[in-house]
Design a protein around this ligand. Structure first.
Ligand SMILES: *[C@@H]1O[C@H](CO)[C@@H](O)[C@H](O)[C@H]1NC(C)=O
Length: 374
C-alpha cells in the first residue's frame, strides 16, 4: 500500500516489562509443500500489516500491540524494515538509513535499527513472526528515490540496474539481517514493498530479484525470502493487473530458486477494477503457487471492509479447505492493523483501510476468519 499520511509519533521512554511469555518450541518458519510451517505446525495462517510499528519509540507500546496479535491468534505480521531519509530528523524521530552527498549511512542508534530490534524482541515474546521489508517502491519513508542522488541515478529502472545503488541497498540489507540472522521471530526477509518498473522489459526486475535473493541467501541460509510485489502479470490476459506493464512477470519471478514463496496484493479501488474482481485474482495466483501469501488487501469504503474483504478471505481459504488442486494459498494478511497506542492513548493513523483491534470489522476479519481456519 502506498501510505500517504505519516503516523504522528510521540516519543516516550519506558522499559519493556520483565514478564516472560516465550512461545514454546519456537523454530524458524518455513514453506512446507504449499503451506507454511510455523513453530512446527503446518497449516493456513492469518495475519496483518503494520508499517508503523517499528517507528514507535516506546517498548511498552510495541509489546502491548504484539500482545493483541497474540491474543487474536494472528501469527504473521508484515512491517517496514526501512526508513530512508535525506535529511536527518530530531533524535526522537525514527529513521534507519540516511543519504548525504554520495554516501549512505545505516542508523544503528536508539532511534535507528534498535527500534527494529525492539519489534523483533516483542514478536519473539508473543510468538508473532515478522516479514521484514528492505525498501519502498513508493516515496513514503524514503523509498528507492531517497537513494537516487547518492548513487547517481534518476529513475527506478536505473536504480535496479546500478551497481552503486545496489551496493548501498545490499549494505543496508546486510546491516539489518546481521542483527537477526538466527531469530525465530523472523518469518521472511522481503526485497521491497510493491516493486514496479513501469514499461521496462520484465527481465529488469527478474534479474534484480535473482541477484538480491541470491545475495540474501548468501547471508542467511535459513529464513525464507520473498519479493513483496502486488502480483501483477500472472497471465498477461488483458485487464490491467494481469498485464506485464508494470515490469512484473509474476510466474517468472516466483520460479527464481532463492524466492521461497509468492506474494500478491489486492486494491480494486486503486486499480480501477470491481471488488468482485478480487475472487478471480486470488484464484489465478493460487494456481501458480509455491506457496502463496495474499499479502495485502483492502477497500477504502469502511462499510465494505467486512463484506468484501471476508469474501476474499474465504476465496483464499477455499483453496485449502476444498483441496482444490493445487492448494497453493498459505496465508493472508489484510492491510492494515489499527490499535490505540497506550503511552499517548491515540489511535494509529486511519488511511481508510484500517481495521482497529476490538472493532466490529476486527470481529469479522480476524476473530471469525481465525475460527474458520481452525
Ligand atoms: C541461491 O543463492 C546462493 C547464495 O548466493 C547461491 O549459491 C545459489 O546458487 C542460489 N541458488 C540457486 C539454485 O541458484
Amino acid at each position: 500500500m502506498k501510505v500517504i499520511t505519516l503516523f504522528p509519533f510521540i516519543a516516550a521512554v519506558a522499559a519493556l516489562p520483565a514478564t516472560s511469555n516465550i512461545a514454546p518450541r519456537a523454530s524458524i518458519a518455513k514453506a512446507d509443500g504449499l503451506k507454511f510451517n510455523i513453530d512446527g505446525v503446518t497449516k493456513y495462517y492469518a495475519g496483518t500489516n503494520s508499517y508503523w510499528i517499528p517507528f514507535l519509540t516506546n517498548d511498552n507500546d510495541v509489546d502491548f500491540i504484539m500482545n493483541h496479535l497474540q491474543t487474536a491468534g494472528h501469527k504473521i505480521l508484515r512491517i517496514w524494515g526501512f526508513n530512508d531519509v535525506k535529511t536527518i530528523p530530531g533524535s526522537e524521530t525514527v529513521y534507519f538509513q540516511s543519504f548525504s552527498g554520495s554516501s549512505a549511512t545505516v542508523n544503528t542508534r536508539p532511534n535507528g535499527l534498535q527500534r527494529l530490534d525492539a519489534v523483533v524482541k516483542a514478536a519473539d515474546k508473543h510468538g508473532v513472526k515478522l516479514i521484514i521489508n528492505f525498501v519502498n517502491n513508493w516515496n513514503d519513508y524514503g523509498g528507492m528515490a531517497a537513494y537516487f542522488s547518492a548513487c547517481e541515478v534518476s529513475t527506478q529502472e536505473q536504480w535496479y540496474k546500478s551497481t552503486n545503488c545496489q551496493a548501498m541497498y545490499q549494505n543496508y540489507i546486510k546491516a539489518a539481517i546481521s542483527r537477526h540472522r538466527s531469530s525465530t521471530a523472523v518469518f521472511a526477509w522481503e526485497l521491497a514493498n510493491e516493486p514496479r518498473c513501469k514499461g521496462c522489459p520484465t527481465a529488469v526486475l527478474t534479474d534484480w530479484i535473482r541477484k538480491t535473493s541470491d545475495y540474501i541467501r548468501s547471508l542467511d541460509s535459513d529464513h525464507m525470502i520473498t519479493l513483496g510485489d502486488e502480483g501483477f502479470g500472472p497471465a498477461d490476459d488483458g485487464s490491467y493487473p494481469y498485464q506485464f506493464g508494470e515490469g512484473l512477470d509474476w510466474a517468472a519471478n516466483l520460479a527464481l530458486p532463492n524466492i521461497s514463496f509468492g506474494t500478491f496484493h489486492l486494491y480494486p479501488d486503486a486499480w480501477g477494477v470491481s471488488n468482485s474482481f478480487g475472487n478471480g485474482w486470488v484464484t489465478a495466483h493460487a494456481k501458480i503457487c509455491k506457496p502463496c501469501l495474499f499479502e495485502e488487501y483492502g477497500v477504502t469504503n469502511a462499510a465494505q471492509h467486512c463484506p468484501v474483504e471476508s469474501e476474499w478471505q474465504k476465496t483464499s481459504l477455499v483453496w485449502v479447505i476444498c483441496s482444490v488442486s493445487p492448494t497453493g494459498m498459505a496465508a493472508d494478511l489484510f492491510w492494515q492493523l489499527g490499535d490505540t497506542v497506550p503511552s499517548t492513548n491515540a489511535k494509529t493513523h486511519d488511511d481508510g483501510h484500517i481495521i482497529y483491534y476490538g472493532s466490529s470489522d476486527w470481529k469479522c476479519l480476524v476473530d471469525d476468519h481465525i475460527k474458520r481456519i481452525g
